[in-house]
Design a binder for this molecule. Structure first.
Ligand code: SF4
Length: 603
């Protein structure tokens, strides 16, 4: 360790930090690719010390400069640069400084003990100091970068409260995600190599339902920063809007959520059937997060003109207005009576609790999760013959395999490589399908379906449900730039073309996923917080304070069976809208969590 302070000649490279900004300044260094060099320090009085953190940035050195009271613990930067643990321990030895959250704290004995660094870097079996940590492949695949390895350990240790809080740190609605997330994390899971990825989504539900059982509700007590006096309008009460409001509330800002519908949830509310996501549970968890931070909700309040809204004294706004315009079938006769969009159909059933008269023969056109939701809902409404037509092959359907299997189990028929060309009005409706054959790959990488001349069928139906995707429509009164697809243009911080307006979710990226919308909410809240004078939210880093043991019996990990998703029997399911998936029993959840490799350890 160098004990003299060395300042670079150019003061532009000397950044002054306070105790509150030290870690975020280190994070900024990391973001611009700076290499940590070392720490230097010197006493400037009996009570005060000066500490410099040195970084190599391209061809020069930059310093973060901190003056501190010796008695006051300095926030360790080892959560950002783990290598700083050596310099921080040396500073404890030489200057009697104290660091909090130090990844490896040798208690002032680094220079006076018999522990060799190699002992630290090659831990034996059993609990070890939390050094050499990384995010883990599951976490890297998660759009919101939820600390998955950590909450899996918390579930394994039967600590649902800790697991629930760990998830909320980056994705505020674990009970909902545990039911509907498409779980890209599972595709990245190391156990996927054994074709047995950890049931990460199910474990999220175990955490949330376990927390609710312990606590009696999903609402927690949280500590928000002191009120800033700033107000932010959130337009849209879907996952992006609620996440933005929650994280802004934690930072001390007052969020007011404007939702045009009768309930919060956006596409989760109108689009996801109750048998996948009970609406009372969805509402409870969304309201829990908003209540925890004192956010206000205005239901059935459409915002068409942002200038008018901002004139009510808001300092910033977030647009999470979603996407709810169904794509056209692009075939003659699609306006015929008896042809409805999946959005109108599902909204009637999911939100208004209606039972549309769909008759006994129902055709659903599409191959995504929305088409599966529409088909499975039609089965539950009593249709005898529900057939789903899709213009590509089975393997090219965008729907998740789990949903496709669920539909098949419930008796939905599938007809692949058939494209609608004409609907003939009447009772029953008639619809002509053209037979298709896979051609050359298109821009999506899938083989473009080509018509087989002279081959096709005509089918009769009482109802035809169109489910071939949807898009957004941004009201002109929002005053923000949109791209040629009608999506709001933003920069990386999700700021729109207006100075104090941010946006995220489906309105920016087109229909994506709940977890991606939550990611956007957190990014936007962080950007808005900085705009309002705060420091923003922290980046995803391993929890260096957590004590982690490496897995010991690797063969057992590979051989352990994967937990099955517990579900209602198909004959029972189709009688109503009871939740299909059931909670994993506690002992099975513990075993499933125990199959985790703890990949946030470096090998
Ligand atoms: S084994 Fe565990 S830590 Fe590793 S990728 Fe899978 S869930 Fe994540």
């Amino acid at each position: 360790m160098i004990v003299e302070i060395t300042k670079t000649p150019d003061a532009a490279y000397d950044i002054t930090a306070t105790m509150d900004t030290l870690v975020s300044e280190a994070e900024k260094m990391k973001q611009k690719g700076a290499r940590f060099i070392t720490i230097t320090a010197k006493d400037i009085s009996e009570t005060d010390a000066e500490v410099l953190y040195h970084f190599e940035v391209e061809d020069h050195v930059e310093n973060i400069h901190l003056i501190t009271k010796k008695a006051e613990p300095i926030k360790s930067i080892t959560g950002v640069y783990v290598a700083a643990f050596i310099g921080e321990n040396e500073a404890q030895d030489l200057f009697k400084l104290k660091f909090s959250n130090l990844a490896v704290d040798l208690g002032g004995k680094m220079l006076k003990n018999d522990i060799s660094p190699s002992t630290l870097l090659k831990p034996a079996v059993g609990p070890q100091p939390p050094i050499m940590r990384k995010l883990g492949p599951c976490r890297e695949e998660c759009p919101a970068m939820v600390n998955i390895p950590k909450y899996i350990r918390e579930v394994e240790n039967d600590n649902p409260e800790a697991a629930y809080n760990t998830i909320i740190d980056r994705a505020p609605i674990p009970a909902i995600l545990g039911r509907v997330c498409f779980a890209p994390c599972q595709e990245g899971c190391r156990q996927e190599l054994e074709a047995k990825p950890i049931q990460i989504r199910l474990l999220k539900r175990v955490a949330a339902d376990g927390f609710k059982e312990l606590n009696g509700s999903l609402q927690r007590e949280v500590t928000c920063k002191a009120p800033s006096g700033k107000r932010v309008a959130i337009v849209g009460g879907g996952p992006a809007g609620v996440a933005t409001a929650y994280y802004l509330g934690l930072q001390g800002h007052k969020a007011v959520v404007y939702e045009k519908g009768t309930m919060l949830g956006g596409a989760m509310a109108w689009g996801i059937p109750k048998y996948r996501l009970p609406k009372d549970l969805m509402n409870e968890e969304l309201m829990a997060r908003l209540n925890e931070v004192g956010a206000e909700v205005k239901l059935e309040t459409a915002v068409e003109d942002l200038d008018t809204l901002m004139s009510e004294g808001y300092d910033a706004a977030f647009l999470g207005i979603g996407a709810d315009q169904c794509n056209s079938l692009r075939c003659e006769g699609e306006d015929s009576e008896g042809v409805i969009s999946f959005i109108d159909f599902l909204t009637a059933v999911n939100i208004r609790n209606e039972t549309p008269a769909i008759g006994s023969r129902v055709i659903v056109i599409g191959g995504g999760n929305s088409a599966m939701d529409a088909a499975r809902t039609a089965v539950r409404l009593g249709a005898d013959d529900v057939t789903l037509f899709y213009r590509r092959t089975e393997g090219e359907m965008p729907a998740s395999l789990h949903e496709v299997h669920g539909a098949m189990e419930e008796g939905v028929n599938f007809d692949f490589l058939s494209s609608q060309i004409k609907i003939i009005p009447g009772k029953p409706l008639k619809i002509n399908f053209q037979a298709m054959v896979p051609g050359e790959p298109d821009e999506s990488g899938r083989r473009r379906p080509m018509p087989m001349e002279g081959r096709g069928v005509t089918v009769e139906a009482d109802t035809i449900i169109s489910a071939i995707g949807y898009r957004g429509l941004v009201p002109a009164g929002m005053g923000v730039e949109v791209n040629r697809y009608g999506q709001i243009e933003t920069d990386e911080s999700l700021k729109t073309s207006r100075d104090n307006v941010w946006a995220g979710g489906d309105a920016v990226f087109g229909p994506t996923s709940v977890i991606a919308a939550l990611r956007d909410g957190r990014i936007a809240a962080s950007s808005i917080d900085k705009y309002l004078g705060g420091e923003g939210l922290s980046d995803a880093t391993p929890d260096m304070t957590e004590f982690v043991a490496r897995p010991v019996d690797k063969e057992a990990l590979m051989e352990a069976p994967r937990a099955e998703i517990p579900e209602l029997d198909p004959d029972e399911r189709i009688k109503g809208f009871d939740e299909v998936e059931l909670l994993l029993e506690k002992c099975k959840a513990t075993c499933e969590a125990g199959r985790c490799w703890r990949c946030d350890w470096n090998e």
